[in-house]
Ligand binder design. Structure first.
Ligand code: AMP
Length: 455
């Protein structure tokens, strides 16, 4: 199968070929014809499957080859936003828009990205100049809607990317507000890595007779990644990490911590060991996040420390090392984290530093991935066999939350079947409900999932 046999225009095939892609990935070969057909789509796919091109290529095709597209080419009509992509995080928004640019470079379409954490005025200017495809995080988009600086009445295609994560981050209410200002007749594409009841309810309400596709979950490909557990005392994690990085001469190490505070502290400690590290999380300015990511990608920064939410969607080809400095609260996040290494046939390595407090989390992860992970005690870091588990602090500065007995202290993911049932968000659960709710109650987040508001 080739990109041209999928029905994409020569301009798009050329751009894709320049990227070195020889054949569509499974999600692409299914999603592209479905989107070109004009119908709604429900797609189950995670980062790393090629999902971004899966929706970007056909929307570029549709918008550049129809009547308005031809009129644009002849410059007889002004640019209007015809496709809107909503993403949960700033990083993902920036990456998706970059993909739109790369794949659309031989079309006459243009794009813009808007997210919070940076000045709004340059965005207003950009929007005024005319945009065909807009990529946005929900909060900042609503700011523009409120100020009347974005015009969404010509939207023909709406894409919700990583919809599950948007709901996890408490964006359901913002999404509903955006939906309320879009024209009712449009094509809707919903991409999600997982299908919780909330996602199903959103899909029910949003999608009209959708084509439904799902590609292999990452869970099934984790075998290509070498995974190791290093048992360690909780206060020895930092020296162990420094030891691993130094003795193995690791470069480009992506390290996950549970909290923003933990990320900052670790960066400081590694700095004292002479290991260059930077953190990305919601409290960092956008420019600091962009800088850290750029330096990490080009290899000049040795260690990037991230929280799950900030790292979502980060796409780094051939990332050699992922370290779980803390295990994630939600087992599915383990799969997302380690899936960042070992991509595209490259061999990757994922190590987890696990202390006595995290044994239940480790059990939950092993249950999910259906593997028992090898334990490797590092000489000099043998854990104290008499150590007792302590409650895990989920949020910087928050009182401890017990995390034993398989419960999900964050309670923010309904993706797994073992959810604790205590869903923190009130809205969004009822199927087919109209977007009428407003005001209080819409933003009750669990401590672990409090989003950066992206404004
Ligand atoms: P995504 O799942 O959209 O985050 O894409 C993951 C990675 O796969 C990105 O680095 C893309 O550049 C790459 N990619 C997307 N489509 C293809 C393809 N057909 N062949 C090879 N690589 C691809």
């Amino acid at each position: 199968m080739s990109f041209s046999t999928l029905g994409l225009s020569e301009a798009i095939v050329r751009a894709v070929t320049e990227q070195g892609y020889t054949a569509p990935t499974p999600i692409q070969s299914q999603a592209i014809p479905a989107v070109l057909n004009g119908g709604d789509l429900l797609a189950g796919a995670q980062t790393g499957t090629g999902k971004t091109a899966g929706f970007t290529l056909p929307i570029l095709h549709r918008l550049s080859t129809d009547k308005v597209g031809s009129a644009l080419r002849n410059k007889t009509v002004p640019r209007q936003i015809r496709a809107l992509v909503l993403t949960p995080t700033r990083e993902l928004a920036a990456q998706v828009e970059e993909s739109v640019r790369v794949y659309g470079k031989y079309t006459n379409l243009n794009s813009a990205v808007i997210f919070g954490g940076v000045g709004i005025n340059p965005q207003i200017k950009l929007l005024k100049q005319g945009v065909d495809i807009l990529v946005a995080t929900p909060g900042r988009l609503l700011d523009h809607v409120g100020q009347g600086t974005v015009d969404l009445k010509n939207i023909e295609i709406l894409i919700l990317d990583e919809a599950d994560r948007m709901l996890d981050m408490g964006f359901i209410h913002d999404i509903r507000k955006v939906l309320a200002v879009l024209p009712p007749k449009r094509q809707n594409l919903l991409f999600s890595a997982t299908f919780s009841d909330e996602i199903k309810a959103l899909a029910d309400r949003l999608l009209d007779n959708p084509a439904s596709i799902e590609v292999a979950r990452r869970n099934s490909t984790v075998e290509v990644i070498a995974q190791t557990i290093h048992p360690v005392d909780r206060d020895k994690k930092h020296p162990m990490l420094a030891h691993l990085i130094k003795t193995n001469n690791w470069h480009q190490v992506l390290v996950f911590t549970r909290t923003k505070h933990g990320a900052n502290k670790l960066v400081e400690q590694l700095g004292k060991d002479g290991i260059g590290a930077m953190a990305i999380h919601g409290n960092k300015s956008q420019s600091a996040r962009t800088k850290a990511l750029a330096e990490f990608k080009d290899g000049s920064l040795q260690v990037l420390v991230a929280t799950d939410i900030a790292a979502r969607g980060i796409d780094i080809d051939q990332l050699p090392h992922v370290v779980n400095y803390d295990l994630p609260n939600v087992p599915e996040d383990y799969v997302h984290r380690i899936g960042r290494t070992g991509r595209a046939g490259a061999t990757g390595e994922a190590v987890s530093l696990v202390c006595v407090d995290e044994h239940q989390m480790l059990k939950d992860i092993e249950k999910l991935i259906k593997q028992t992970l090898p334990r490797h005690v590092i000489p000099g870091f043998e854990p104290d066999p008499t150590a007792r588990a302590q409650p895990i602090q989920l949020r910087s500065g928050a009182p401890g939350h017990a995390n034993r007995g398989g419960g999900r202290p964050g309670g923010n993911r309904s993706a797994g079947s073992a959810g604790n049932g205590a869903k923190p968000r009130a809205p969004g659960a009822a199927p087919s409900s109209a977007p009428k709710r407003s005001g209080a109650g819409a933003r009750s987040h669990s401590p672990a999932s409090r989003p950066n508001r992206d404004r």
